[in-house]
Design a protein around this ligand. Structure first.
Ligand code: MIC
Ligand code: SF4
Length: 639
């Protein structure tokens, strides 16, 4: 058996481990972050469960830390009090980015984790089976419900050889993105194996598992070995270590081979993580801004590399270098060792330990700027500047650019790579985490004016007379559907307000059209809803009256979110039919409940043309859609 199946088997509560079948998994741990957490906890609260039922649940504040109004601070207080009441550990602002901190302090090999953030698979770096999910799914897991996924294919990524100096783990995942694209990983778990695995430290593994999300993968995982044990020992947590690996004769559905010796420094060009080129091909491109950090590359090892490379040097006068260490632990250790001095002295701007520029929370680049970032996403406009050209690369490539002011191959520019020797023991101060209250009855939940109550959605009607209110192309990300950034993110707990920004960067008339129709349909193409786990990308359209989304194919988390909020996700049986539908077309879904319930053929008529639509719902999903969403379904107790 392969490693993924071993962990799935141990957590299987429903279904069979056959590719394409729905399986239910017992979830050991959950995490939330503040941008998705407010909604997740409102939903958890609505379920009426007195305490979380997981082994461990943590609520992190890391996204909305730019407090330019009362909204984020309101949300933080709400999250702090709700955590205290329901048995959740609270990680306050400044403690670090959820995935980095979870790896350092809470993750356990062999356990299952779901998080209301798409990069939760970072936990695969220590052999956890971890998934990104919508906030409502996380709320359900906290209430003791299983987490449902479609049993994925298990792909063996066989690593051989060893990376050359200045080539890094980031280049391994960029190589996979180059080979497979942002939709190549859908319906698959990527399990790393082979001799090359032993050459990668836990932070390097976590860079890879983190960005497996950009492949569209269900998740990504490394074995738990001596290297994992050493990492946990450094964190004074070796007691949670167990050895985990695939059996020698393990079976896989697919296999990919990567020879680490042959990799070059790579870079993803604007505006997609799979638009990958060799750094040397772009040599000489002027760079205005460099960002090092995010949940992909903000570990102590990454930061120590920055210090060693920057020591005694000065960054280019035309380039701004911003660095955000991933956690308070990392920041404290940099301060104690003096490495922080070398980083600051070279001219870098230090940001707090949070998502920051990765999610457009400050540091928007200048008009048409070239910005090189060690982050994981470079969708158009995500940086806060619509025409900025954002590239994704390793810290090695970022540092070479910061010093020279242009895209530079680090293998050519730098001499010998400095040895990064991590300390035997990491500095641990768990006192920053706030433990749940002993007496939950004494905790009063604080709700500022930014926290609006959950909307009540009606059940699905038998017949829907709908209008096509939007038609979009391939790879529409949730950043397109509902942008983030400093202006919009603070409204995550205020659905009426945030809905006004739905598809804001795609079509400024979408909201008024959707409201006018009140029964809207969105037409999309391939990989619709890729990217983040934000359920607001389903919730806001639902609030605006969207009833169905018709596409060529969906991304996993968004598909689950649509069902969770009672929007019917449908696919064209013949992808060419996509061309037959246009904005303003009328679509009638008659007897839709009966059709779906009995798995009958679904044919709609547009301009006299018959168009066949596919769907593939389990009985559970059908009930959720009919109830008008998962929360209604749970409340009705139709289980
Ligand atoms: C992201 O990287 O896009 C985010 C912001 O972390 C999202 C979550 C969100 O939208 O709040 C994600 O990746 O799930
Ligand atoms: Fe935060 Fe960026 Fe990671 Fe999302 S991808 S969790 S915004 S650092």
């Amino acid at each position: 058996m392969n490693l993924s199946k071993k962990i799935i088997k141990r957590h299987l509560v429903s279904g069979v481990m056959e590719v394409g079948q729905e399986i239910g998994l017992k979830i050991d741990q959950t995490l939330t972050q503040d941008a998705t957490g407010t909604m997740a906890y409102l939903q958890f609260e609505a379920m009426g469960v007195p305490n979380v039922k997981t082994e461990l649940s943590v609520s992190y504040i890391d996204h909305n830390t730019l407090q330019s109004g009362f909204e984020n601070a309101d949300d933080h207080k709400f999250l702090q009090t709700i955590a205290a009441k329901y048995g959740i550990i609270f990680s306050p602002a400044g403690t670090g980015i959820c995935h980095q901190v979870h790896l350092e302090r809470f993750g356990i090999p062999g356990k299952t984790l779901i998080g209301s953030d798409s990069h939760t698979p970072t936990g695969g770096g220590i052999g956890m089976l971890s998934f990104g999910a919508g906030g409502l799914d996380v709320a359900c897991a906290m209430a003791g419900q299983p987490f449902y996924i479609t049993m994925p294919k298990i792909v063996k990524v066989n690593l051989t050889g060893k990376l050359r100096p200045w080539v890094s783990a980031k280049d391994i995942i960029l190589e996979l993105l180059r080979l497979l694209s942002v939709k190549g990983g859908r319906g698959k778990i990527f399990e790393f194996a082979g001799e090359g695995v032993k050459t990668l430290s836990v932070p390097e593994r976590a860079t890879i598992t983190n960005m497996g999300t950009e492949l569209g993968a269900t998740t990504t995982i490394f074995p738990s070995d001596e290297i994992t044990k050493d990492f946990l020992k450094k964190q004074s947590r070796e007691t949670v270590w167990i050895e985990l690996a695939a059996d020698k004769d393990a079976q896989y559905d697919e296999e990919i081979n990567i020879d680490l010796n042959t990799l070059d420094p790579l870079i993803a060009m604007p505006h997609s993580p799979d638009n990958v080129k060799k750094v040397k091909e772009l040599k000489g491109t002027k760079v205005d801004q460099v960002g090092i950090g995010s949940c992909t590359n903000s570990s102590l090892a990454d930061m120590m590399l920055c210090a060693k490379v920057l020591k005694g040097k000065k960054i280019s006068k035309d380039t701004s270098l911003v660095i955000s260490p991933g956690s308070r632990q990392v920041m404290s250790m940099l301060a104690a060792s003096g490495d922080l001095f070398d980083i600051i002295d070279a001219g870098a701007r230090i940001l707090e330990c949070a998502c920051g520029p990765c999610i457009g929370m400050g540091q928007a680049p200048k008009t048409k700027a070239v910005s090189l970032r060690t982050f994981n996403r470079n969708f158009e406009g995500r940086s806060g500047t619509k025409d900025a050209q954002v590239y994704l690369c390793s810290p090695e490539v970022a540092l070479a650019a910061a010093l020279t002011g242009e895209i530079t191959d680090p293998c050519v520019y730098f001499q010998q790579k400095p040895e990064i020797k991590l300390p035997e023991k990491f500095y641990v101060n768990d006192g920053h985490f706030q433990m749940p209250a002993k007496d939950s009855l004494k905790v009063e939940i604080v709700r500022g004016p930014n926290i609006k109550p959950l909307p009540i959605f009606e059940k699905l009607n038998d017949t829907i007379k709908a209008d096509v209110v939007l038609k979009v192309g391939d790879n529409i990300s949730t950043d397109h559907i509902l942008p983030a950034g400093a202006k919009i993110l603070p409204l995550r707990s205020n659905l009426p307000a945030i809905s006004e920004y739905t598809f804001a960067s795609v079509d400024k008339d979408f909201v008024s059209r959707a409201k006018l129709s009140s029964n809207g349909v969105i037409i999309g193409a391939d990989n619709y809803g890729q990217g983040s786990s934000r359920e607001h990308a389903a919730l806001a359209p639902r609030y605006l009256g969207i009833k169905a989304v018709l596409v060529k194919s969906f991304a996993r988390i968004h598909l689950a979110n649509l069902i969770n909020f009672g929007i019917i996700p449908l696919t064209f049986a013949d992808p060419l039919d996509y061309d037959k539908v246009k904005l303003g077309d009328k679509i009638e879904f008659s007897d839709i409940k009966n059709i779906i319930k009995n798995n009958k053929e679904l044919i709609i008529k547009i301009d006299g043309k018959n168009i066949k639509l596919n769907y593939n719902f389990t009985d559970r999903q059908k009930e959720i859609i009919f109830a008008g969403g998962l929360l209604n379904w749970i409340k009705e107790g139709i289980k």
